[in-house]
Write a protein that binds this ligand. Structure first.
Ligand code: PMP
Length: 426
């Protein structure tokens, strides 16, 4: 039997851990404390998840109260009042008509794919294909991974599903050229493409590189012209993280379907959602309803009560607007760090979702450990958690603290990053 002890990713097989990780004992706000008593600033909200920070007293109270009432019923038999409340709140906050609750970002993307397929089946004109972008990440289930232009595809062998052919929109290529290539692809396969999938900012793969201005508006126009659906993967960008409820709002574009995840449960519960426009909802709701199969834990009473409380707080505290203000401060500070540290070669992002591109110290061999991972380790030693990208295309790190971070804490974050950069450069 093959041994899995050598698994490179420390979290891959939990009883055969390859590398020792610090053990977290407690967390509060932006602070994490390990079993040795060391403190860390959560500079990336886990993996751009903990929008409200950790152990928020109101959310902890909701968890306690809901756990004492009811935690699970199968949604085939029962609903819960929080489920309806959450669905309405999500719909109002995003302007999307229908809400389908699942448990992870990957499941939300899978549901988005299935809704798009079902939409065309209901119209009596099935369409089998999807287009997505090179250098993107959409999740770790087979359909979502097939959409992704991410290094993990290579681990599993290039996947057989006919996805992922659009050119890289994050490369700085002129928008007109990019859109001409999308048009050519749609013309090559008339009536075949069910959906065009995109990340508003390439998160896990590139480190917060936004789509170029004009591209998304162009995609919307092409989707309308060719009768295909526009599918936004807002798993990382949604729910206030970039300063809007949906990052697509920055470009004034409405998707037909949007996938949400991470910030919906904000680290308090696994929950995610696929949202659909009125047009898609009408078609699939009046049809065969094949999506109704769903997932066992989808929309369970505990998760929906928690997510509803998270969303209510996000809206009441105006965290999307706050993200814009704090993000401006953070981006200025990161640019100042870039002036001091030649290792930082680019700073970009939006709201409280920022990425830095990192150059290797001069003369270093390409075989050396990825610089993003080295900076992550140095930052950890200095009491700061950052998120290195995993796409394998460049070396970048994501800085995306909880939206509740204070000014003082932002300053601590920047000071600790400064110290880590100095260490790696020396
Ligand atoms: N889409 C995007 C844009 C993501 O960043 C991620 C997670 N990094 C996913 C989908 C998958 O989400 P999950 O890990 O919750 O399945």
């Amino acid at each position: 039997m093959t041994s899995l002890t050598g698994a490179a990713h420390s979290g891959l097989i939990q009883n055969k851990i390859g590398a020792k990780l610090p053990v977290v004992e407690r967390a509060e706000g932006v602070w994490l404390y390990d079993s040795e008593g060391k403190d860390y600033i959560d500079g990336c909200s886990g993996a751009v998840v903990a929008n409200l920070g950790h152990s928020h007293p109101h959310i902890v109270d909701v968890i306690r109260k809901q756990s004492a009432k009811v935690t699970f019923v199968h949604r085939g038999a029962f609903a819960s009042s929080s489920m309806y409340r959450l669905a309405d709140r999500l719909s109002n906050a995003t302007g999307m008509a229908g809400v389908w609750l699942v448990n992870s970002g990957s499941e939300a993307v899978e549901a988005a794919i299935q809704f798009a397929l079902q939409y065309f089946v209901e119209l009596g004109r099935p369409r089998p294909r999807f287009l997505s972008h090179r250098r993107s990440y959409h999740g770790n289930t087979l359909g979502a991974l097939s959409l992704s232009g991410h290094a993990r595809r290579a681990v599993l062998g290039e996947l057989a599903l006919d996805f992922n052919v659009l050119p890289d929109p994050y490369s700085g290529a002129p928008v007109d050229e990019l859109l001409a290539q999308v048009r050519a692809e749609l013309e090559r396969t008339p009536g075949q493409v069910a959906g065009i999938v995109f990340e508003p900012l390439s998160g896990a793969t590139l480190g917060c590189v936004p789509l170029p201005d004009g591209y998304l508006q162009g995609l919307r126009a092409l989707a309308d012209e060719f009768g295909t659906l526009l599918i936004a993967d807002e798993v990382m960008t949604g729910l206030g993280r970039t300063g809007r409820m949906l990052a697509c709002d920055h470009w004034g574009v409405r998707p037909d379907i949007a996938a949400l995840g991470k910030g919906l449960g904000a680290g308090y519960t696994p929950i995610a959602a696929a949202l659909v426009s009125g047009r898609v909802l009408d078609a699939i709701a009046s049809g065969s309803g094949s999506i109704r199969g769903g997932h066992t834990y989808g929309g369970n009473p505990l998760s929906v009560a928690v997510a509803d409380a998270v969303l209510e707080l996000t809206l009441n505290l105006g965290l999307a607007d706050t993200a814009l203000v704090k993000g401006e401060w953070l981006s200025d500070a990161l640019r100042q760090l870039a002036e001091k540290h030649p290792m930082i070669v680019d700073v970009r992002g939006c709201g409280l979702m920022w990425g830095v591109d990192l150059a290797r110290p001069g003369g270093e061999s390409a075989a050396a450990a990825p610089i993003g991972e080295r900076l992550r380790q140095a930052a950890l030693a200095h009491g700061l958690v950052i998120y290195p990208t995993t796409g394998g295309f460049n070396d970048a790190c994501i800085i995306a603290p909880p939206l509740t971070i204070t000014e003082d804490e932002l300053q601590h974050l920047v000071d600790r990053l400064d110290a880590a950069l100095t260490e790696v450069e020396s």
